[in-house]
Design a protein around this ligand. Structure first.
Ligand code: KG4
Ligand code: ZN
Length: 407
């Protein structure tokens, strides 16, 4: 069967089509992602109403290119084979009450293309930014209505877990999952796909958020995680270490599976302030010895070496914490299967440290499905459709739940 996945929970408008009849045999026909990062950069994070507007503007073009890549796009010829009925038109006007962009364009566009060969629609219903989630949900509801295709809501975090299935290799259960993204840091016990128990989570900032905030303190744009990762790699290769650059490992030894990353960010802030102050004092003493000082003190920031060293220490600190807690969970629940997913898994050092854990099968998503995407939503929708006790008819009542929990 062919499944259409729709994802709009944050700043990526993603639409994908997969073909599968079994979780162990998934073909990705298309995986289209439109990222809004450049638009949100100047706000230093994702701005929900702006995200919503961008999703509404981009969802039809992303849908079209996803259909084209999957070879399912066909413009209607002369005959209006799939003309939308007056009743459905009224319904669609109601569905898009809060998405004026789609209210105007949806009907015209979908009367111009043929109904593709799709058997199920899966859409993210949470967690995420509610205004953004609604765009995907309403788009999915309208499609389900005009094409009479079943629709199923998907938890975004469950999607990240099931993203490993593009490799067509299933873990044994119980498995442990470490989810690390810009919005989440969670350790989860998976008794089976669909049966989750959250063992612990961050009490404040998510790990990706801590990467991004640290990057900001070092002068890099949102999302700065990849930048920190590059700097740390350079420092690691140089194999030098500045003793004065030391950061805490919050909750590393706490007797639970929770995390806390906001203190580490504050520690970076104090460290940056201290190093900058020391530098300006050095410059002042240059003045004292009446050597000419050409640089303006107020523009004096950290030098590249200091930035690299902070990035290294930061990356080491957060990695040590997550590895320690993950090992503890694997051992306590006697599991040999570890699934790690979410955008931060792109981090090479974290991957390298995970690979050092002995005696486990490590599952990490392939590169094209690590960050937010709709392939993982389609896979999860497929899995739920096969294993749900609910009958899977039309789900018009799907609502966006910004805090939707797993399990
Ligand atoms: O899962 P994701 O794409 O979006 C959320 O659902 O949050 O994760 C995005 C996060 C951002 O915080 C970004 O800085 C971080 O993943 N990230 C990285 C790396 N690549 C992306 N963090 C550290 N190292 C990386 N290489
Ligand atoms: Zn995500």
């Amino acid at each position: 069967m062919k499944i259409l996945g729709i994802e709009t929970s944050c700043d990526e408008t993603a639409i994908s089509i997969i073909e599968t009849d079994s979780l162990n045999k998934i073909s990705v026909l298309s995986n289209e992602i439109n990222s809004q990062i450049d638009i949100h950069k100047e706000y230093g994070g994702v701005f929900p109403t702006l995200a919503k507007r961008e999703h509404a503007k981009n969802i039809i073009p992303v849908f079209e290119s996803s259909l084209q890549k999957a070879g399912l796009y066909k413009k209607q010829e002369n005959t209006k084979q799939y003309e939308i009925s007056e009743e459905h038109k009224l319904e669609i006007q109601k569905i898009f009450e809060r998405e004026p962009e789609l209210k105007e364009t949806f009907i015209e566009y979908f009367q111009s293309i043929e109904k593709p060969d799709i058997d199920l629609i899966a859409v993210t219903s949470g967690p995420g930014l509610e205004p953004a989630l609604w765009v995907g949900i309403n788009f999915a509801r309208a499609l389900s209505l005009i094409w009479n295709i079943n629709l199923i809501p998907v938890n975004h975090m469950e999607g990240h877990i099931l993203s490993i299935m593009t490799q067509n290799k299933e873990p044994d259960f119980p498995a442990i999952s470490l989810l690390i993204s810009g919005g989440h840091t969670e350790l989860i016990l998976i008794k089976n796909f669909g049966e989750y128990e959250i063992l612990g989570q961050t009490l404040d900032d998510a790990i990706g958020e801590a990467f991004d905030k640290t990057a900001r303190l070092l002068g890099y744009d949102y999302p700065g995680g990849p930048e920190i990762s590059k700097l740390a790699e350079i420092a690691r290769e140089k194999n030098t270490k500045l003793e004065e650059i030391k950061l805490p490992r919050p909750m590393m030894h706490s007797d639970n599976y929770d995390f806390s990353f906001s203190g580490i960010k504050t520690a970076v802030l104090y460290l940056v302030q201290k190093l900058e102050l020391e530098k300006s004092q050095v410059l002042e003493s240059d003045v004292a010895t009446s050597k000419p000082v050409l640089r303006n003190l107020s523009e004096e920031g950290l030098d590249q070496n200091q930035k690299e060293q902070i990035a290294l220490e930061f990356e080491n600190a957060v990695t040590e914490v997550i590895i320690k807690k993950t090992k503890k969970a694997l051992s306590e629940y006697n599991s040999h299967n570890l699934i790690v997913a979410g955008g931060v898994i792109a981090n090479k050092h974290i991957q390298a440290e995970l690979k050092k854990i002995e005696n486990i099968n490590l599952f990490i998503p392939e590169n094209n499905v690590t960050t937010d995407n709709a392939v993982m939503i389609a896979i999860t929708g497929f899995y739920k459709s096969k294993n749900s006790s609910q009958t899977l008819e039309f789900f018009p009542e799907i609502i966006a739940d910004g805090n939707l929990k797993l399990g």
